[in-house]
Ligand binder design. Structure first.
Ligand code: 13P
Ligand code: ZN
Length: 271
């Protein structure tokens, strides 16, 4: 067996959580990541017949039966993952009953997966239907994006347009826009279902006054989506309240989207 601590997917989780922490997106235990792994690759590092313990999911994840994920632990601090991945991360497989997780590695102190697992797994189910290459779901509390929540209407079109108009490349990075949910109680199946429903149309979802969800085919794409939103939100706030002299006009949004041949939300452009 190869050394699990050297596995690219463990290393990637260590690097990503450290980056997110240093960017100020994940104070204390804020934020969580789940990453769907290739069974054959995991089998090079772990005996897949050995289940350490089982943990109830609290919902049905039928289309994910047999799938393996590496997931951050609940209550764990992103700043600590790189120093003790086996306590702060876990590798789980969705059991045949679709309502139980089989722990294959990690959560060494008896812990369990993030309290936001419903939103993660429900999002994986939705995004995998849209794109078989989908792999990663990431949640965090980026500072500027959250501040922007306080000064702008919480709806998909308004929020997307504000970001697109802040920074020329936004429409190229997230032409599908950003979905926005109202404030809701977190850690529930209800917010999970609402998130997954938004993920039918978007790869980015704002949880009103809480944070952001990103989904993508790898860690870079997902991180890059959130990073671009957060940069645009920072620019938006830096200019907010100042006399507005220049903005990106709607025809300019269309021109850049067409130049880069992205399938943008036409109904988010003013005629
Ligand atoms: P967990 O510690 O359970 O992952 O929760 C953090 C969080 O950001 C809740 O939304
Ligand atoms: Zn959160």
């Amino acid at each position: 067996m190869k050394n699990i601590f050297e596995a690219p997917f463990v290393q990637e989780m260590m690097r990503t959580t450290a980056n997110m922490y240093r960017l100020g997106w994940d104070e204390r235990n804020g934020g969580n990541i789940s990453y769907m792994l290739d069974e054959k690759e995991v089998g090079e590092y772990l005996d897949l017949t050995k289940v350490i313990r089982t943990i109830p999911l609290g919902f049905q994840a039928q289309s994910l039966v047999g799938k393996i994920f590496i997931v951050t632990g609940t209550g764990k601090y992103f700043k600590n993952v790189e120093y003790d991945p086996e306590t702060n991360l876990g590798i789980i497989r969705i059991a045949k009953d679709a309502t139980t997780a089989e722990l294959l590695w990690g959560y060494k102190d008896g812990g369990k997966f993030t309290s936001e697992l419903p939103a993660h797994l429900m999002t994986h189910m939705t995004r995998l239907r849209k794109d078989p290459d989908h792999r990663v779901v990431m949640h965090c509390h980026p500072t500027n994006t959250l501040a922007m929540n306080q000064v702008i209407e919480l709806d998909d079109r308004t929020f997307t347009r504000a970001l697109w108009k802040t920074c020329t490349e936004c429409i190229v990075v997230f032409p599908d826009g950003i979905g926005v949910l109202p404030w809701m109680v977190c850690g529930t199946n209800e917010i999970g279902e609402a998130t997954a429903e938004k993920m039918e149309d978007y790869r980015l979802v704002i949880w009103g006054m809480h944070g952001i969800y990103g989904s993508g085919k790898d860690m870079d794409e997902t991180f890059g989506l959130i990073e671009t939103v957060e940069k645009a939100a920072q620019l938006y706030l830096l200019a907010a309240g100042l006399p507005r002299v220049n903005t990106i006009r709607d025809e300019e949004l269309v021109a850049v989207a067409e130049r880069f041949e992205v399938d943008y939300r036409k109904d988010f452009i003013n005629a």
